[in-house]
Design a protein. Structure first.
Length: 630
């Protein structure tokens, strides 16, 4: 099946109405952003191509840049730039060189005061759009027509990539090369193994980065074309209503939470509730369960669930500092205790999937009756079917890549960090993340030279003070939050992912420019999940704070991660600074039946923990009702 478009010959999504820039208004020039005192020299932590430059000033100053707090809410660690550089190429090449998506160019990146800013390029020449549309139809059509088979192949490629990542091992260089290397006539030795394994580690990440976007843009494309059809056929239809027609699909991102629910039910069945509820420390709980007469069965089920389902990052999966469940069991065990307590009260702890599915059927049938012709109904049926078919990949890829693969990847980098600690380059394995990946190549060769010659490597005296300098700089940058946007607002905001994923619309741009004149006690954003709730705000900046969430709280955060799902059963609503209708916060809240407003821009800096707030997920408005905070 190929995508069709109701109103545009270019095959691209039709915005609900042109979103024009505010005349005479612009954000601060990216070149005018001042370096905070104490952070001088921050540029040395990042590669030259990710920085602003005088040679490109005219171009860079005239573009619209927005802070990508969705993927990198804090100043980038030098090593973690590998993740942004990965998708800088991988996502952009799919839109420009592989498919190509008719109206979309690549997405540019710049690091400013350590924070990642991005700028989507657009294709506006009608002739170029038409030419690209022809190529897109052939290439994308092949994937859509063979989606299930290609998806199956994709899963095989992704899991193979993960298996090869697991097999990579790092160890300190030996005091003497093992005799086996000599007797087996290998001809290459431990220094070669160390360099090539690091090379394999980096290549593995870039390989998975390419798989990341192989089908993702097409998944969004199918949804956006369905959205375009609905907007044309049903004037005034909300994005929430359109999203509800493809909701209720049992995607992998909910599987880890489902595993925790199953472990809670098993604990009740085996009479282990006193042990589970007896302590908040997961290590102590596991020790007591192992010693309990009925604990062996539960421990076996837990071990089975852990791999792969606990390779679940507490963040977006793009920074090493967001540890996975498997590294820190407090979040899943907090959820476990909550589910056990609910079961003991006789509550149903299942996700409301049946209700969501019933609503999907009802809404789809209702809107289908509004179509005037058989041809319209046939187009509608085909587009909604395709959107539902591709939607699981749009979310499932996230578990394979950002969670399972990236969490494993960072654990391998920590193994390599142990090598540098053993050879006296660093004091702590975590310090390696203050080196860019290309600097690590140099440091490894320095290490090999010292081992081979017997002379102390320069890295022994070079890297400790440099790491300390970078730590100090990053702390200063972290204490100076970034502006949400820089540069010149585009004449129109039509790039689909900018609107759908990041939630950057003309309305949000106007709010950031300060031309909206809205009430100081009110925030506006994307109406992501319907319903209204009133409760106390719980502002979460760091995943560590998730353990503070109490029943009935309204979560206020920069962006949620899928691994926060167990917390959602305790919430009454959610609000985020960034995100659009297809951001994970929006998707998870719809699947859990929670009101949500995303893309507010300033929720975490405006609202304080303890304030009484109202969240209207139908209109996209958040109100501060009571200026009392804890």
């Amino acid at each position: 099946m190929t995508l069709t478009s109701n109103d545009r010959s270019d095959g691209g999504p039709r915005p609900e109405e042109p979103q024009q820039a505010v005349p005479g208004k612009r954000f601060a020039s990216p070149f005018a952003v001042q370096t905070p005192v104490g952070a001088e020299g921050w540029e040395s932590m990042y590669p030259y191509y990710a920085l602003l430059s005088e040679e490109r000033r005219a171009s860079e100053d005239g573009k619209f840049w927005f802070f990508d707090g969705m993927h990198n809410p804090e100043p980038l660690y030098p090593f973690d730039t590998i993740m942004t550089e990965n998708w800088w190429v991988a996502a952009s090449q799919m839109s420009t060189r592989v498919w190509p998506v008719p109206p979309a160019g690549g997405i540019d990146h710049r690091i400013i005061n350590g924070y990642l800013y991005i700028s989507p390029n657009a294709v506006t020449d009608p002739a170029e759009v038409a030419r690209r549309a022809e190529d897109f139809a052939v290439r994308a059509g092949h994937y859509y027509e063979n989606w299930d088979e290609i998806y199956e192949q994709w899963v095989a490629k992704a899991t193979d990539c993960i298996d090869r990542l697991k097999a990579i091992r790092f160890a300190p260089l030996p005091d003497m090369e093992p005799v086996e290397s000599v007797l087996e006539h290998r001809g290459v030795y431990s220094t070669y193994d160390l360099l090539t394994r690091y090379g394999a580690l980096i290549e593995n990440l870039f390989e998975m980065g390419s798989y990341h976007f192989e089908m993702l843009n097409l998944g969004y494309g199918a949804y956006l074309t369905f959205r375009e059809f609905c907007q044309a056929a049903f004037p005034g239809i909300s994005d929430q209503t359109i999203a509800s027609m493809v909701s209720g699909i049992d995607i992998l991102l909910f599987r880890p939470d489902d595993e925790v629910r199953a472990l809670a039910r098993l604990a009740v069945e085996l009479g282990l509730t006193d042990v589970v509820l007896g302590t908040e420390d997961p290590t102590t709980t596991l020790q007591q369960l192992a010693a309990h007469p009925s604990g062996a069965q539960w421990i076996a089920a837990f071990e089975k669930a852990k791999d792969p389902w606990f390779w679940f990052s507490t963040g977006a999966g793009y920074t090493h500092s967001d540890r996975a469940w498997i590294d820190d069991l407090r979040l899943p065990f907090t959820a476990l205790r909550g589910y056990v307590q609910a079961l003991l009260k006789g509550e149903d702890i299942r996700r409301p999937l049946d209700a969501i599915l019933a609503e999907r059927v009802r809404v789809t049938a209702e809107y289908r009756t509004y179509l005037p012709t058989d041809d319209d109904r046939e187009s509608f049926d085909g587009l909604v079917e395709l959107a539902r078919q591709v939607f699981p990949f749009v979310e499932n890829h996230n578990f394979y890549i950002e969670h399972w693969h990236h969490s494993l990847f960072f654990s391998k980098v920590r193994e390599l960090g142990d090598v540098f600690v053993a050879h006296d380059f660093l004091d702590d394995r975590e310090d390696l993340f203050y080196l860019h990946r290309n600097e690590i190549y140099s440091a490894l060769y320095d290490l090999n030279i010292g081992w081979a010659t017997g002379t102390e490597a320069r890295g022994v005296t070079y890297w400790r003070p440099e790491v300390e300098r970078r730590k100090r700089i990053r702390e200063v940058l972290k204490a100076n939050p970034p502006l949400p946007a820089l540069g010149v607002p585009p004449e129109f905001i039509t790039e689909p992912l900018t609107v759908m994923l990041w939630g950057i619309t003309q309305e949000s741009v106007q709010e950031w420019l300060g031309v909206d004149g809205q009430d100081a006690g009110e925030l506006r954003g994307v109406a992501a999940s319907a319903g209204k709730a009133t409760g106390r705000a719980r502002v979460i900046i760091d995943p560590e704070q998730l353990h503070e969430v109490e029943d009935g709280d309204i979560l206020v955060c920069r962006i949620t991660a899928p691994s926060w799902a167990p917390v959602f059963s305790r919430l009454s609503a959610a609000v985020s600074d960034v995100g659009g209708i297809m951001a994970h916060t929006a998707i998870v809240c719809r699947e859990y039946g929670l009101p949500a407003v995303v893309g507010t821009g300033f929720a975490t800096t405006t609202i304080r923990t303890g304030q009484l707030i109202e969240v209207d997920g139908t209109t996209g408005v958040v109100r501060i009702l009571e200026d009392v905070s804890a």
